[in-house]
Design a binder for this molecule. Structure first.
Ligand code: ADP
Ligand code: MG
Length: 616
């Protein structure tokens, strides 16, 4: 060899930076494989661009591939690419100075010419040095794409400095071959299985073929970087099965590409089934974060809100720095903005799908509606969009038919200021509820909420399109007066009866009033605004907590036969009237689901019946 070995010590700040890279920049050691494969991919991409301009280049026959070889005996890992390679000056400039990124300079050159290239991963000029997290010596054998360049070997211990020497031509091919001499402690990286799992984790979607010990690793395309029209249904399905480890078909596919204000390329799936529905416990989030096809983090917890944990897919943003630690990333504004944008867009996507195909949306809602409700119950952020996606039955739908808030508003009269709802166990229970009568008589629609979680919605979901949501069981509702019944108790009679009743049932209710709302029931128990309803009481009990005490109001129906008869006998048969009054009140509480001790209730009823029989 004519040229001697040249040695170059690292500058002081390079040493410092090396120390940071090796000891604290990356949280996972295995990341170094990702960084070197990304560099190889960048080098191939640069060569591809050179090819496009049809310049003559060295070893034109070499395939644009990345080859990794593990050798556990020699304790080495070798990463070879047939990319652009480096000449002596470039070695010095790119690998000799830290934080000088040749890739960055290359991109700047492109930019000056008015082009940009998103295929290039590296930007930060530190990734290469991560090799020293695992190795104590790294040898780089390289030949530039330029035929006239030398065959070179660069070598360093990653601490003191580096050497460059010319080597025989058969020791290099076009591109770079990096041999990492692993430390004893990092022997694991000379095992094929270990490297295979790292490649599958981080580099599955790299555009150039990656071969490990001769075997192809990456076979799936990064379809999220393509336009919607370029991806077929089958490709989406295949990709879904791959990333979600699923065997079914996705229920919905959301493909989103944007450049500004944030670069986002994303494909997200609603899976075919909701495992939480089958009592499998809480699902883990399943949307992973990529930067230019390279994994940054597998399904980060805070990327999307928790209630979107059922989604599966990929979010890729060029704006994310590749070499950032997870801890700092989760707090970054960019990360949060990404999550918000995706969430908003995904909800718009659902809305669009529902408009196009209500049956499909309904199917989605039956499986995943729980998550939408969780979203409403846990934050204000997306409540309007989420509320629009809810489906429910109502007093104006046939059983099994579903409607939504928008349709409700379309049907309601212009002067109706509120949206009425009832929460209960089932449609059947709600239909026979005394609360419903007043609304039926006035032709007002009442929404039926029959899901356990529905109780939690209304603290957050106070209105829809500026119309307040109001429970039909609320005590101080203002409803139009209906035509009076000629046979009903007069005002004096009613007031008289109320006074009498209050004396008898004041331990059970807070007040007794003449009601406007009843049509076919004699009495109804009404909730004060802050009272827990029947479901809430069940939940308090299930959680072993005491149900907060709150007395209901009793409303009597002055045109009901029972009430009129009660008024008739209250002076002549005080004992019977007394028993009937207590029982009526008990019945109202029972209908409202507020009787906590049915045994006691039944024995009282039996006593009443007994005294009735005796007195007759
Ligand atoms: P970055 O990739 O962010 O630019 P790196 O530290 O990973 O920073 O790499 C530094 C530079 O070394 C790269 O920009 C590139 O110019 C050069 N380089 C690294 N690996 C290769 C390779 N396999 N082939 C050609 N050049 C490379
Ligand atoms: Mg790099």
């Amino acid at each position: 060899m004519s040229t001697p070995v040249t040695s170059q010590p690292f500058q002081a700040e390079v040493k410092q930076l090396l120390d940071i890279v090796i000891h604290s920049l990356y949280t996972d050691k295995e990341i170094f494989v990702r960084e070197l494969v990304s560099n190889a991919s960048d080098a191939l991409e640069k060569l591809r661009l050179k090819q496009a301009t049809s310049q003559a280049y060295y070893q034109a026959e070499q395939a644009l591939e990345i080859h990794l070889t593990t050798d556990s005996e020699a304790n080495t890992l070798t990463i070879q690419d047939f990319g652009i390679g480096m000449n002596r000056d470039e070695l010095q400039e790119n690998l000799g100075t830290i934080a000088h990124s040749g890739t960055k300079a290359f991109l700047e050159q492109l930019k000056e010419k008015g082009e940009s290239n998103s295929e290039v991963i590296g930007q930060f000029g530190v990734g290469f040095y991560s090799a020293f997290m695992a190795g104590d010596t790294v040898d780089v054998y390289t030949h530039s794409w330029d035929e006239s360049a030398e065959s070179l070997k660069w070598s360093s211990d990653g601490a003191t400095g580096y050497t460059v020497e010319e080597v025989p031509a058969d020791e290099t091919a076009r591109g770079c071959r990096m041999v990492i001499h692993l430390t004893e402690e990092n022997k694991e990286f000379s095992e094929e299985e270990r490297i295979k799992s790292i490649l599958e984790k981080y580099s599955n979607f790299v555009a150039f073929p990656i071969l490990l010990n001769g075997e192809r690793i990456n076979t799936v395309e990064a379809i999220w970087l393509k336009g919607k029209s370029e991806v077929s249904e089958e490709q989406y399905e295949e990709f879904y099965k791959f990333i979600a480890h699923a065997h079914d078909k996705p229920a919905s596919t959301f493909h989103f590409n944007a450049d500004a204000p944030l670069n986002i390329n994303s494909v997200i799936f609603v899976p075919g089934a909701n495992p939480e529905q089958f009592g499998m416990g809480q699902t883990d989030p399943g949307v992973s974060l990529y930067c230019r096809k390279v994994l940054i983090e597998d399904a980060p917890k805070k990327l999307l809100p928790e209630w979107l944990r059922f989604l599966r897919g990929v979010v890729d943003s060029e704006d994310l720095p590749l070499n950032i630690s997870r801890e700092t990333m989760q707090d970054s504004q960019l990360f949060q903005k990404l999550g918000k944008t995706i969430t908003n867009r995904f909800l718009k996507h659902l809305e669009k799908e529902a408009k196009k195909d209500e049956a499909k949306h309904l199917e989605f809602f039956h499986k995943f509606g729980r998550f939408l409700k969780e979203g409403i119950a846990t934050s204000f952020d997306h409540k309007d969009a989420l509320a629009g996606l809810l489906r429910f039955e109502s007093s104006m739908t046939e059983p099994g038919q579903f409607t939504n808030f928008n349709e409700y508003l379309d049907r309601s009269k212009d002067d109706q200021k509120e949206i009425y709802y009832l929460v209960g166990e089932s449609r059947k229970a709600l239909e026979s509820s005394p609360y419903l009568e007043a609304f039926k008589a006035r032709n007002l629609e009442v929404i039926f909420f029959t899901d356990n979680i529905d109780n939690y919605l209304f603290d957050m979901l106070r209105d829809f399109k500026e119309k307040p949501l109001v429970s039909a069981a609320k005590s101080n509702l203002e409803l139009d007066t209906l035509e009076e019944d000629a046979n009903q108790l007069s005002e004096t009679e009613s007031n008289d009866l109320i006074g009498w009743l209050k004396n008898r049932v004041s331990d059970q209710v807070s007040d007794v009033k003449v009601g406007k709302r009843l049509v076919s029931s004699p009495v109804v128990a009404l909730m004060p605004d802050d009272a827990p309803n029947a479901q809430m009481r069940e939940m308090f009990k299930a959680m072993g907590q005491e149900v907060p005490e709150s007395k209901v109001e009793l409303e009597i129906n002055p045109s009901h036969d029972l009430i009129k008869q009660l008024n008739g006998i209250k002076d002549e048969k005080p004992e019977l009237a007394d028993a009937v009054a207590k029982q009526l009140t008990g019945n109202a509480l029972l209908a409202a689901g507020l009787v906590d001790n049915p045994q006691a209730f039944v024995s009282e009823l039996n006593e009443t019946l007994g005294s009735l029989l005796k007195s007759s």
